[in-house]
Design a protein around this ligand. Structure first.
Ligand code: COA
Length: 391
């Protein structure tokens, strides 16, 4: 039996954007057969940020309900994971810390390794809590996935933030000790500092992801991990939801199983419901898969969930969590569905306008139009400083 650390995810909440573009609308514009989007990559719509939304406003909106429920006491660390950073020096977490009114006796830092960053944050948080079980760590994973218009990556954009409170005696999920890690220097996806849109070699990325599944699983089993049959479900990083299916078939095949599509659907089916309407949210994607699973499953009490976190470049980790008795009383299913349902659909022309928006870089006073109806907004860029406001 795998070791149980009794440290894990105490609460989880997510936020996404003001706007949504359906793949039907995208396909209508670019002539793609809708089957390629709906079945081929497994995506139905993608979240599109308003001009006054960014990783900070989404991160703060995801974290605010955690602070409202638990208060800020005991939070001495905020780890903000992102690959759509807004500043080369200052952590986006410092803005979130300020917007949420948390105590000055807090350490705040930003972490980066593509879509893997939030899992590093989770593991580092567990280390901090192990050192002092009275402390809680706020992990925020927020990203805007942006590719060039009319590129293959365009259909796999999206945006969201997940906030998790990590602590001892967690109410949702205990993260188990064994972990399998894997790193390989590959150029499947990257974003040089001077570019807003990421560069991606889609086929290379699928291959690199599958290799990382093998590598991290191998290391996981060598460190005393569970057998595949012990898991009730598997959450994968989902740059597009069909990737989870490719990855899981690959894992089962690597473990010597014949591929049984009913089993694959059973293992993954509930984990794609949020990602397939939000799109890729990079660091947040894996934890949106967890939210979708917990919000929809009948009862997972005491069951093990497998996690495969992949970040291009590439770093991966396979680990497991066991679901805590009584977890259903702490879920935020209604708020999660509302975050998705509240988005306003945009047509293709409006989406392109939003996609093309960027701030002038002259250091002037640039106010943003009030578009978001969310709790936080980016009000202006003034003297090269981002100015946020709460509602
Ligand atoms: N009906 C049903 N399925 C269809 C279809 C149709 N009319 N037309 C195509 N498809 C299927 C293809 O067979 C393929 O499925 P398969 O992969 O199981 O073979 C799938 O749709 C995608 O088609 P493909 O031709 O590979 O699409 P593409 O060249 O546009 O690339 C991605 C798709 C996902 C690779 C591309 O969008 C991408 O690179 N996205 C970015 C991914 C990323 O961010 N990676 C880094 C982080 S992990």
């Amino acid at each position: 039996m795998a070791g149980d650390s009794a440290i894990g995810i105490h609460d989880l909440s997510f936020a996404t954007t003001e706007f949504v573009l359906t793949h039907t609308e995208l396909a209508r514009h670019n002539g793609t057969d809708i089957g390629k989007y709906h079945q081929g990559i497994g995506q139905r719509s993608m979240s599109v940020p308003a001009t006054d939304e960014d990783i900070v406003t989404m991160g703060a909106a995801a974290a605010a309900p955690l602070i409202a429920r638990h208060g800020g006491d005991g939070i001495r660390t905020i780890i903000f994971a992102t690959e759509s950073s807004i500043d080369q020096a200052k952590s986006a977490g410092v803005y979130v810390h300020s917007l949420l009114g948390l105590a000055s006796a807090t350490r705040v830092v930003e972490l980066k390794q593509a879509c893997y960053g939030a899992t590093a944050a989770l593991q580092f948080a567990i280390g901090l809590v192990r050192r002092d079980p009275a402390q809680r760590v706020l992990v925020v994973a927020a990203d805007i996935a942006k590719y060039e218009p009319d590129s293959p990556g365009e259909a796999t954009q999206g945006a969201a933030a997940v906030a998790m409170l990590i602590g001892a005696d967690p109410a949702l999920l205990r993260i188990e000790e064994p972990s399998g890690v894997f790193t390989a220097d590959v150029m499947d996806f990257w974003r040089p500092n001077y570019r807003e849109a990421a560069l991606v070699d889609g086929q290379e990325s699928i291959g690199a992801y599958l290799l990382a599944v093998e590598g991290s699983w191998k290391d996981y089993t060598e460190h005393g991990g569970r057998a595949p049959d012990e898991f009730a479900a598997f959450c994968y990083h989902q740059p597009f939801t069909k990737m989870a299916y490719k990855a899981h078939r690959h894992l089962l095949n690597y473990c010597g199983y014949d591929i049984d599509e009913d089993r694959v659907a059973r293992d993954l089916g509930l984990t794609t419901a949020y990602n397939n309407v939000i799109g890729n949210s990079y660091t947040a994607s894996l934890y949106l898969a967890l939210a979708a699973l917990l919000d929809q499953a009948e009862d997972l009490t005491g069951r093990a969930i497998g996690f495969l976190s992949y970040g291009s470049g590439s770093v991966a980790e396979f680990f497991a969590g066991s679901v805590v008795p009584g977890y259903r009383e702490h879920l935020r299913t209604t708020a999660h569905r509302a975050a998705i349902d509240r988005r306003r659909p945009v047509d293709h022309a409006r989406y392109r306008e939003l996609h093309g928006h960027s701030f002038p870089t002259d250091g002037g006073d640039h106010r943003t139009a009030a578009e978001t109806t969310g709790p936080f907004r980016l009000a202006a860029l003034r003297g090269h400083k981002r100015v946020y406001e709460s509602r």
